[in-house]
Design a protein around this ligand. Structure first.
Ligand SMILES: NC(=O)c1ccc[n+]([C@@H]2O[C@H](COP(=O)([O-])OP(=O)(O)OC[C@H]3O[C@@H](n4cnc5c(N)ncnc54)[C@H](O)[C@@H]3O)[C@@H](O)[C@H]2O)c1
Ligand SMILES: [Zn+2]
Length: 379
């Protein structure tokens, strides 16, 4: 596929490179962009009732351009991110005549992208997939990089495949209808990119966070695009997460423990990542000499995306056990991504249990205390 579009970001994949087009209004030219991928025997949009109510008209207008398009709606809740849903969607595809030359278009958040990505990877052993992400998380994270899959009763994302899309269409306009908590939580992942890879992005966020929280078009589009560039660059260099891709898990070792300890009910994922990044910053200071100034800046940038749910009343040792059970653990060692200074990150397996537990025990109080003046100045 060729693209003369300077705004197209190319992502490398062993199964074939693809482009991410990120700009306001890109969905209006969706049919044109999809036509560049080749001929398809049929086109199937997969989305949820909620997403379709919010953005369906816009998407359908842009994609169909007069041709027949099948629209299948399914349950996109996290609890329905299961093999049963995969089976139901696949059966719908059979019943509506989808064949090897059909195209699937996933329209929705990360759940939709992960489930439909996995369907696309498996249906007739693989059919073409276009991702149309409609949440901040999906736009800056899940729609790029080819990780697809579903949950098992034993844990999250345990069953899936690497399956890159043929194209990703990112239109920040669709974020207008996103509920506030989803929107704000998603910004945690954006901050993450600043911390791990781009101190300029971090500084831009510091300056423009109020505008971004108010969903200012220009600022939002800038940070989404920059986040995608970073994610695209990382997965292009390490698609299968042999090493570099691990840095995308900054804050996530803590976040997964918080989510698991509260049975995925208390925290929206981004909120857990927000706590996780602040803890990772403290742990960085303890173990890899992250400057205190960077730690303070990380905490000061992350907190305003809240109010975050309170840190749960779970013993630090229990949280550490949950970290050990995380699927990212290798040979029984808990791995932490730490940032020795803003704009850089690396995965470490040498963090002592004592240091981690100390952050889990004292970190949350320290974080709240460090922000007292900031809270007062904000009223
Ligand atoms: N594959 C990856 O690399 C990767 C990366 C990060 C997260 N994930 C996965 O993504 C999922 C989380 O994704 P998410 O945060 O996008 O949440 P989500 O998919 O659960 O969507 C959140 C809610 O917002 C609704 N919604 C979506 N777009 C909307 C819109 N434009 N207007 C109004 N409502 C809208 C959805 O219906 C849903 O109720 C998790 O399952 C996680 O495991 C995958
Ligand atoms: Zn995440």
């Amino acid at each position: 596929m060729k693209s003369s579009n300077p705004q197209a970001l190319r992502v490398r994949s062993a199964a074939g490179d693809y482009f991410v087009l990120c700009r306001r209004g890109v969905l209006r030219q969706a049919a044109e962009q999809i036509a560049r991928l080749g001929e398809f025997s049929s086109v199937h949009i997969l989305s949820s009732r909620r997403v379709w109510r919010a953005v369906g008209k816009k998407v359908q207008r842009g994609i169909s351009m007069g041709r027949k398009v099948h629209v299948h709606l399914f349950d996109d809740s996290e609890t329905a991110k299961t093999l049963t849903t995969v089976e139901n969607v696949a059966r719908k595809l059979v019943r509506t005549g989808a064949d090897r030359k059909s195209l699937l278009i996933a329209v929705g958040g990360g759940v939709t992208g992960d489930v439909i990505g996995f369907v696309a990877a498996s249906y007739l052993r693989g059919v073409a997939l276009v991702q149309v992400p409609t949440t901040v998380v999906a736009q800056v994270d899940s729609a790029v990089g080819g990780k697809t899959g579903v949950n098992l009763p034993e844990g999250k994302n345990l069953f899936g495949a690497f399956y890159p899309p043929r194209l990703v269409l990112v239109d920040p306009e669709v974020l207008n209808t996103l509920p506030p908590r989803e929107f704000r939580g998603g910004l945690a992942e954006v901050i993450k990119y600043g911390v791990i890879a781009d101190s300029k992005l971090f500084a831009f966020l510091e300056k423009n966070m109020p505008a971004i929280l108010a969903r200012d078009n220009g600022a939002l589009e800038h940070v989404i695009r920059r986040s995608i560039e970073i994610k695209g660059d990382v997965v292009s260099r390490d698609e299968r997460e042999t090493s570099l891709r691990e840095i995308l898990n900054y804050g996530h070792t803590f976040a997964h423990a918080l989510e698991a300890a509260t049975h995925y009910r208390k925290f929206q994922h981004g909120e857990a990542v927000a706590w996780g990044m602040m803890c990772a910053a403290l742990l960085g200071h303890e173990t890899v000499k992250t400057p205190a100034d960077d730690v303070v800046r990380i905490i000061a940038l992350v907190r305003p995306i809240g109010p975050l749910p309170e840190w749960p009343t779970v013993p630090a040792e229990r949280l550490f056990d949950l970290m050990r059970a995380d699927k990212k653990t290798k040979f029984g060692k808990v791995r932490f991504v730490l940032s020795p200074r803003l704009g850089r990150a690396q995965s470490y397996d040498g963090v002592t249990e004592k240091a981690a537990i100390s952050v889990l025990r004292f970190g949350p109080r320290l974080i709240l205390k460090s922000l007292k003046p900031l809270r007062n100045s904000n009223g």
